[in-house]
Design a protein around this ligand. Sequence first.
Ligand code: PLP
Length: 382
Amino acid sequence: MSIDTRSKQLQSEGVDVVNFSVGEPDFDTPRHIKDAGIEAINKGETKYTPGSGTVDLRKAICAKLKRDNNLEYTPEQIVVSTGAKQSLYNAFMTILEPGDEVIVQAPYWVSYPEIIKLAQGVPVVVQTDDSNNFKLTPGMIEAKLTERTRAINLNSPSNPTGAVYTPRELQALAEFAVEHDLWVVTDEMYERLLYEGVQHVSIASFGPEIKQRTITINGMSKAYAMTGWRMGYSASEAAVAKAMADMQGHLTGCPNSISQRASVTALNADQATVEVMRQEFDKRRVFARDRLNAMPGVRCPNATGAFYLFPHVAPFFGKTIRGRKIRGADDLGLAILELANVALVPGTGFGAPDYLRISYATSLERIQTGLDRMAALLAEAE
Ligand code: PLP
């Protein structure tokens, strides 16, 4: 947040800041999806909808889950929400009693621990790093199990690391969750943004036992460049879905009617726009990863999902850049912002203080400019 505030301040002073801190696609919502929203307004679809979403949208979500994820759900198992963020909150509110523990892998998306705490749960952080490809294993979870462990929180492809679990890794986690009677809350927001031919598999697809204890979270934000439309959803057992819908009914009433109509179109129409966006992200990913790895002191692990890179920068800690002592990722992030005018997010907020997060949701040209500036500055470290 402090980097963001400082970045905005610099921009308001007229400084040209290259922004690598964004968490949303830089592409516009595709035309046919926008048109569907406009049509919904013109047709008067501007009233309350059923609390868990329109039947049309929940049917479209069921068809998508079958087509892309090999998951069979019926509309009453789907709850559409105001962004995947609300779906996550609904999920943890529903499955947790006060004091229940949830296994959360670090580096984590910043909101997971906070949402769990809001639901009176206790996030139990399991540290991973690039030596184990930012992957959680059953052994690592086992070391943290207590009588209060209630759930495992998964996020593949990951924000902030871009790591993608293999089907085999997920199957091992599924077996572990079944064996230890744990819930799995899996956030699959970035499933459409995959590179190098890697495959996304939904953990719930490994059989009925894991499916009944899994809440799958997804949404429209990243795949369809629809962050502002606020559309997320969950798929779960019907009893869980009912509890989530009951709670949501008192929180937000129902999701936005116009966004729901646009989402039906997004899911049912030709998916070509997703592929165009994915290919563009891929070009940027390869360029940025290689450029970062060419900077002495920076180690950028390969990332095959989402639109983030997560370079390791600990060799700079303890050094000085233009008279500024770099004690950690926060100091480095601030130095890069103030001295090179490049905004990125220090790993500290993601529970990974040896790293920086770089979002490549900006043009290749801006990525080139930003990384050139960053390289020149880091070369001055002594
Ligand atoms: N999950 C992850 C991993 C995210 O990175 C984000 C947004 O940055 C979300 C969920 C939230 O998505 P939504 O816009 O649907 O609330």
